[in-house]
Design a protein. Structure first.
Length: 166
């Protein structure tokens, strides 16, 4: 009989000891970052941060890219849309709300895009088919451009069914 009480009372006592009233108290839900998309980009690009427990009040979410403040433009409990800081650098993304903060995901800043200069070498934008000095030349529909072995520019003028050299 003593063994039966041991088998009945010991598990019940262990169950009661495991229950703690503090465990039942509701704890504030701290934010968590699941993903940063895209994970690489340029300054001033719009980035989406997915996660949970973000503030739905846009201004209550403080986002930083490697320590530099980002601008939050939209907020929901599971996603934030932010503008990558212009003066930021590659590093972790941090979200702070009144309930806590989270760090997760690395945002990589890409090198700036190359800038190109477009110059008119021949013609003046008027459609036509005129050979001659570059300023007086006219083309109808330029389709492609290539550089010849001698450095000259070769243009396919599809509208005039011609290949021309400048």
């Amino acid at each position: 009989m003593k063994k039966i009480w041991t088998y009945i009372l010991l598990p019940a006592f262990a169950l009661l000891a495991a229950c703690d009233k503090d465990d039942d108290a509701e704890k504030p839900a701290t934010p968590a970052i699941a993903a940063v998309y895209p994970s690489a980009g340029l300054p001033d690009m719009i980035i989406t941060i997915k996660g949970k427990h973000f503030s739905t009040v846009r201004q209550d979410n403080k986002v930083q890219f490697n320590g530099k403040a980002a601008i939050v433009i939209e907020a929901s409990e599971t996603a934030l849309q932010v503008v990558a800081p212009a003066d930021g650098s590659t590093g972790p993304v941090t979200v702070a709300t009144p309930k806590g903060s989270a760090t997760g995901g690395i945002f990589t800043y890409l090198p700036p895009l190359e800038e190109y200069t477009v110059t008119t070498l021949a013609g003046d934008g008027t459609a036509g088919s005129v050979d001659g000095p570059v300023a007086a030349s006219l083309f109808k529909t330029v389709q492609g451009v290539a550089i010849g072995a001698d450095g000259s520019i070769i243009v396919t003028d599809r509208g005039n069914n011609r290949i021309r050299r400048i």
